[in-house]
Design a protein around this ligand. Structure first.
Ligand SMILES: NC(=O)c1ccc[n+]([C@@H]2O[C@H](COP(=O)([O-])OP(=O)(O)OC[C@H]3O[C@@H](n4cnc5c(N)ncnc54)[C@H](O)[C@@H]3O)[C@@H](O)[C@H]2O)c1
Length: 359
């Protein structure tokens, strides 16, 4: 059973442009055998573009049909309900993010996983982003010292008017894009159970009542402080990543990183001197020294591809390659259920602090 037989629910931006595209790029690992699409025009499009059978409702799928995985790329507000029902009907599931509306609903999904024994994966492909993997490697290498603070700024200036702008649709920027970035933040913090959340939300450029500005400050004992911003009203976005450590700093994005650091072995030890500082003439002085910084850069090997396409494709392919390997071996998948639960709790805390925004 090398090749996994997949059914995709939903043929929208995700089901068509992400999952179908990625799975077709991995023909030795996956084969899409059918689709489920509620919209008649899109069912016609599926037939035209793929030639595969298409059902109007997932309840028409038969567990006896040799389907290994069902990709749930339906509307966000239906993810949990459909994923649970699919598992109860005997299917393994890949759920698009957000996995559920909140921690409470996600717990019901985990209960279904336990009760049915089915495999359940959340499509958090950003965990596999090459730039994020490189960033973690640099941090783990220790050159930057202890990491004090991390900024993740996923900003743009863009108006939006679709169903994902409506809070009640399990949407708003934190549930739309946030699962990826909160996952990054928590991964860099080491997924601490006792994370404190301070959140500010606002509405600027979404037509619906969902937030399109979210600023989260996260902290936990022994972990770097994280400042995560998701904004739809920043036409001057800074670096996606800024990492501040005791020996150096890193900045960059998914396809390019730059970091500078000093080497403690080459640098005089830091010694406290509380006397008023003076030079040899007795004149007052500020603390001043020249730290010898080393600077390095990493640029993803993107060839003539555009950086966004490179990143988006590579992380998706890496996700599916890893899922395929784990599916066959039975090994734990990189994106663990407990980690998604923590993400749900953090996003829930952020929403609870900003209820007035959605009225
Ligand atoms: N992981 C990512 O990077 C990423 C990117 C884009 C979207 N998404 C997620 O994918 C999900 C879908 O978003 P989208 O942008 O594709 O939406 P969309 O509006 O473009 O398409 C959704 C499609 O699913 C169909 N559909 C919805 N519920 C259905 C059901 N129960 N049965 C059959 N068909 C159904 C709709 O008819 C529609 O064609 C969202 O939850 C979104 O958060 C994830």
């Amino acid at each position: 059973m090398g090749k996994l037989n997949v059914v995709v629910i939903g043929y929208g931006r995700s089901g068509r442009d992400i999952h179908t595209r990625l799975l077709k790029m991995l023909p030795d690992l996956f084969e899409i055998s059918a689709y489920v699409e509620a919209d008649a025009e899109r069912r016609e499009m599926i037939s035209r573009e793929t030639g595969k059978p298409v059902y109007e409702d997932y309840t028409a799928l038969s567990a006896a049909a040799g389907i290994d995985l069902v990709v749930n790329a339906s509307f966000s507000q239906d993810h949990a309900r459909i994923s649970k029902d699919l598992m109860k009907r005997g299917f393994n599931v890949v759920s698009e993010k957000p996995a559920a509306r909140d921690a409470e609903e996600f717990q019901t999904v985990l209960d279904a996983v336990r009760e049915t024994g089915k495999r359940y994966y959340v499509f958090q492909q950003y965990r596999f982003a090459p730039g994020f993997a490189k960033l973690r490697e640099i941090i783990a290498g220790g050159l930057l010292g202890r990491i004090v603070a991390i900024n993740i700024q996923a900003d743009n200036f863009a108006r939006r008017w679709d169903w994902q702008t409506v809070h009640e649709n399990t949407a708003g920027v934190l549930l739309n894009n946030g699962p990826h970035y909160v996952d990054w933040a928590l991964a860099l913090m080491g997924f601490p159970e006792n994370v404190e959340v301070f959140a500010v939300m606002d509405r600027a450029n979404y037509a619906g009542n969902g937030e399109d500005y979210a600023k989260l400050i996260l902290r936990a004992p022994g972990a770097p402080a994280v400042d995560l911003e998701l904004s739809a009203c920043n036409a001057y976005p800074g670096d996606l990543f800024l990492v501040q450590g005791t020996r150096g700093t890193l900045k960059g994005n998914e396809s390019s990183l730059t970091w500078k650091y000093f080497k403690p072995a080459e640098t005089p030890a830091l010694k406290l001197d509380t006397r008023p500082l003076r030079n040899e003439k007795g004149e007052p002085l500020y603390c001043r020294e020249k730290l010898d910084f080393y600077e390095e850069t990493w640029n993803a090997d993107i060839g003539d591809r555009n950086p966004h396409e490179y990143d988006f494709t590579e992380k998706g392919l890496a996700y599916y390659r890893s899922l395929h390997a784990g599916f066959l071996s039975g090994d734990d998948f990189a994106v663990k259920h407990a980690e998604v639960m923590l993400q749900m709790k953090v996003m829930g805390a952020a929403h609870a602090q900003n209820k007035a925004v959605f009225t």
